[in-house]
Design a protein around this ligand. Structure first.
Ligand code: SF4
Length: 81
């Protein structure tokens, strides 16, 4: 079953842990806020089998739960009404 990833950037505290644990999967903006690198944090590209182990480590260790995952692609972010 495919797995998609996304960083909730409102919940990210810029600790740097995910990039340390999975540098191929996580990138940062100028303020240290993380994003999921392979699909530019759109949640549209399924993880490959080779990426799963590193992803799970970062997912489990993120101190704020900002790294999210789902079995469907994430919907595009909509502005708040
Ligand atoms: S581990 Fe979590 S809180 Fe830390 S930089 Fe990554 S997404 Fe942000």
């Amino acid at each position: 079953m495919p797995l998609y990833a996304h960083v909730d950037q409102d919940a990210c505290i810029a600790c740097g842990l995910c990039q340390m644990l999975a540098p191929a999967l996580f990138d940062y903006d100028e303020n240290g806020i993380a994003s999921y690198r392979p699909d530019h944090n759109t949640g549209s590209l399924a993880l490959s089998a080779q990426q799963l182990q590193a992803f799970k480590l970062a997912y489990q260790r993120c101190p704020t739960g900002a790294i999210t995952r789902g079995q469907q692609p994430f919907a595009p972010t909509r502005p708040h009404a």
